[in-house]
Ligand binder design. Structure first.
Ligand SMILES: Nc1ncnc2c1ncn2[C@@H]1O[C@H](COP(=O)(O)OP(=O)(O)OP(=O)(O)O)[C@@H](O)[C@H]1O
Length: 652
């Protein structure tokens, strides 16, 4: 038997790395800058352990592009590499110095995390470059600087070189397809996407533009004061005065492109509302203020930090799509990764940083395992806790936000039963007095008059006649006007046995009826009125019911059974092709309720054959329809003509 190590031939592996490893070509920026960050982090760790004296100059990464030369350069003043290390970590693919470093210093954990892991990231440079060079000088005294060069990722050459400063400079000679990355705006865009929160300051220079002498930069307060004073003096001079002062104004010191300590990394107690809002504006470019936010801060059983914002939604037609940015040690991974972020939370906007994420090699996707599900459950729980906490301690705020956040909460309840369990007691509904109440509160208040029934309004304007009747009778209903309310009502019925929801026009409650008619009288009236109305309306099978309603001013009302209406709505929604449309057509199953206490109805009863009876019947029917839904075009035309006719009678 023969044993041995499997070997990788770079000629074979390179095309794989170049083409398939990373989904997006721009990822090389993230990989090379994170290598620079790691180089700095390692040095900081060494200095904490007393193995390296903290330098005077600040740690930094410089990205320089030249569209003329078609190059990008990444420079860091981190740990650097010795010749031996270049041999080991660069010349051997998939051998990570980060792993080796962590292994060596594993007992000396510090706050800062090393990003590298797989030993492949550096090679992503070859996705965009034909030639890559490295100039590096280790922090170790007495080590020579090294120059490394590789074309096409196949053969490398290495030699000693002269490099004054500690650290590493990597230069990419871009291939034809990738010249875009030498463009200032393009590269800044990519840095913004992946590196906005990397832990080391990143500076950009356009090598094709004339450079300011850094000595001229205004960095200290005194210099700033001088220029301010000069400006003020200038203000008082008047328009014709000599303007030489402006030329003396010194340029501002360059600013880093990134923020090294993102807000989520701070303790929630140390963050102000203004900081949260500013962070939101900056990251999401949304100038509408968020309603509120949740700062996630967890160390155990896994490490997770982040901020989730509830954005302001103006109408239910607003774009409900949010963005949750996922980070791994301050390095952007991807937006809206569905394994980590529960689907319904995608309506929010936020950032989540989880250093323990089981990323796959490309760092843009996750290895799907139970751990990821735990993260997702934790986030759901935290959101529910925050909302229920606000309900308990800041009910006024909760009610204020409710109109904006309820579609999101209802969606969450529909999508995730655990979320429903946590939130069901904290769902509130506006009642007919405009007050917010819970479902149990509604049921308790209506126990006497309509036990286990929940009446709801889907359109306050269209259903105003019914609302007025309810109010007059001291009955209440819930306003549920959102599209999501319809599936949510079904969910509530499933979860609350015996409780049934009825749209306010679904049935006429006994509470509206005064002294009940005897069975015989009711039958007699019904037969008579049905015949008269059917004749007047030229309709067959009109469903008429006669009631002696308390309010004698109410003449006619239309009701439609809840089930029929829901079925009809469902058919409309799914556009069920092939079915007979009249099966559940407009007004299917409707009942025309006529009030035997009303004088117009009484007139029809007593004078079925008088000249005006047909006009009265048609008008009473149309009025009942109008209070329920819009008239068809044809019916509306007739209604207007008839109304004019009736007014004409008044003039006689
Ligand atoms: N700028 C740098 N300064 C110092 N060492 C570096 C630098 N860039 C790369 N290295 C060394 O080369 C090794 C390999 O880098 P590479 O980017 O391929 O993988 P990695 O960062 O370890 O892991 P990953 O594939 O997860 O990014 C690093 O672990 C590090 O030791």
């Amino acid at each position: 038997m023969k044993n041995g190590n499997l070997s990788i031939n770079s000629e074979n592996i390179f095309p794989v790395i170049k083409k398939w490893l990373y989904s997006d070509h721009d990822i090389f920026v993230r990989e090379l800058i994170s290598n620079g960050c790691d180089a700095v982090t390692k040095l900081k760790k060494l200095s904490l352990m007393g193995e390296f004296d903290e330098p005077d100059e600040p740690y930094r990464i410089d990205v320089t592009t030249s569209a003329n030369d078609k190059t990008i350069t990444f420079t860091d003043n981190g740990i650097g590499m010795t010749e031996e290390e270049v041999e080991k970590y660069i010349n051997q693919i998939a051998f990570s110095g980060a792993e080796a470093f962590l292994e060596q210093y594993k007992d000396k954990a510090t706050e800062e995390q090393i990003i590298g892991h797989f030993g492949l990231g550096f090679y992503s440079a070859f996705m965009v470059a034909d030639k890559v060079t490295i100039e590096t000088k280790s922090y170790k005294d007495g080590e020579d600087a090294v120059y490394w060069e590789c074309k096409d990722g196949l053969e490398y050459s290495m030699k000693k070189c002269i490099k004054a400063d500690r650290g590493t400079t990597i230069t990419l000679y871009l291939n034809e397809d990738s010249y875009e990355f030498a463009n200032e705006y393009r590269i800044k865009e990519v840095i913004d996407k992946y590196c906005s929160f990397m832990p080391v300051e990143i500076y950009y220079t356009n090598a094709d533009e004339p450079q300011e002498d850094p000595k001229d930069a205004t960095v200290d307060v005194d210099a700033k004061e001088v220029s301010d004073t000069a400006d003020n003096a200038e203000d008082s001079k008047g328009p014709d005065a000599d303007d030489t002062k402006t030329e003396e104004k010194k340029p501002e010191a360059p600013k880093p492109l990134n923020t090294t300590t993102p807000l989520w990394a701070k303790h929630p107690n140390d963050c102000t509302d203004e900081e949260y809002k500013e962070f939101y504006r900056k990251v999401f470019h949304d100038y509408k203020e968020p309603l509120f936010w949740i700062h996630l801060n967890m160390d155990y059983p896994f490490n997770l930090k982040g901020i989730l914002y509830f954005p302001k939604i103006n109408t239910q037609y607003d774009n409900l799509e949010g963005t949750i940015k996922l980070y791994n040690n301050q390095v952007f991974v991807a937006d809206n990764i569905k394994e980590v972020i529960p689907e319904f939370l995608m309506l929010l906007k936020g950032c989540i940083d989880c250093p323990d994420l089981p990323l796959n090699v490309s760092r843009s996707a996750l290895q799907n395992d139970g751990f990821v599900k735990k993260i997702s459950d934790y986030i759901t729980k935290k959101v529910a806790d925050k909302l229920s906490g606000m309900y308990k301690t800041h009910r006024e705020d909760y009610e204020k936000y409710w109109d904006d956040i309820n579609p999101f909460i209802k969606f969450g309840c529909l999508k995730d039963l655990k979320f429903l369990d946590k939130m069901k007691d904290f769902c509130i509904y506006k009642n007919l007095d405009g007050k917010y109440i819970t479902l149990p509160e509604y049921l308790e208040a209506g126990k006497e008059k309509y036990e286990n029934k929940v009446f709801y309004v889907t359109d306050e304007q269209a259903q105003s006649q019914y609302i007025n009747m309810f109010k007059a009778e001291g009955m209440d209903a819930l306003i549920m006007t959102q599209t999501i309310d319809s599936p949510f009502i079904t969910l509530l019925e499933q979860k609350n046995e015996n409780v049934h929801f009825y749209r306010i026009d679904a049935e006429l409650s006994d509470n509206f009826v005064g002294e009940e008619l005897s069975e015989e009288t009711a039958k007699e009236y019904k037969d008579k009125l049905t015949a008269t109305f059917e004749k007047a309306l030229d309709m067959k099978n009109l469903n008429v019911k006669v009631e002696s309603l308390k309010d004698e001013n109410t003449s006619s009302i239309l009701t439609q059974p809840e089930e029929t209406r829901r079925m009809q709505e469902m058919m409309k929604m799914y556009g069920m092709a092939g079915m007979d449309p009249s099966m559940f057509g407009q007004g299917e199953g409707e009942t025309l309720i006529l009030n035997s206490n009303n004088k117009l109805v009484k007139y029809v009863l007593d004078n079925p054959d008088s000249d005006n009876t047909a006009t009265i019947c048609c008008q009473l029917y149309d009025l009942a329809v109008l209070a329920n839904r819009p008239l068809s075009a044809e019916a509306m035309t007739k209604f207007i003509a008839r109304s004019n006719e009736i007014l004409g009678i008044l003039t006689k």
